[in-house]
Design a protein. Sequence first.
Length: 303
Amino acid sequence: MQLRDVVGFLFDFGVDVLGTVLDQVTGVIVAQLGDATTEAPNSKDAEWWQHAGFASRPAPPVTGGAACQAVIFRRPDRDVVIATRDTRGTSILGNLAAGEACLYAPGAQGRLNLKADGSARAQTTDDNTPTGKTVMAGIGSFYQTAQGPAKGGEWRVYAPWGGQWMDPTGWHLRMWEPGPPSPSGAPATGTYIDFGPNPFPALPGLTPLSAGIISVDSLTLDAASLTIGRDNGLSDSLLQSHLTSVQLQLITTALASLATAVGAFTGSGTFPGLPAVQTQIMTAATAMANLPTTSATKATTAT
């Protein structure tokens, strides 16, 4: 007996997998093997051997057609499946390059692509068909700039209705309204949010480290308590009082100028009621400037 005869007796290649189940007692995967074209089984409860920490079951065969194929080791009691392949799933691999891997669900569109550029992408379609629109989430070791890819890393979510990503330039959200997004990730129209490093020179006396923008046609803030602003090295009540005093002083100056103009116009040199108004404004300004400086926030209560 030659070696090939021994191998042919112990092993079989290209056996169709007619179906798999989870054994109700042991919980392991067992398979029924045979010929998918004739639907004739020739091996029942074959042991399904795979790598530790990984389990998969193939999609059912097409009636009278293609099926997952197995390499089996024959034993007197039950056969053992030691390797499988399913050519029906090759289209889901995409542009699989050298040094890359793709983990996919047989018979569905869910997949995990591990790319040579260091990125990892979980991907499916919005209707779980090959012709559906892509829905994707993933991470990468680079991010996109106007000059092309740059090192720094990113995470990204993409869907037919919009997407978001975070990279060294900040956090960005886009809603496609309507139509496809532009290749640069800029909003098609309307809704977008950007937060990131401040691209403008700092104002005198302040050193802001970040900047943001929200662009939307309609915005509703619904909160029991809303706090806006920060200390910036001063008490908020003091800063607010100082700004209000300055504003009131400007109002007072404006009223005085108005009185001068009216007086010159009437020839009387006075404006009725102006002294009382000036006194009230200056009293309020002085009181606000002397407010306690222990407040740390400016809060308003929504109604």
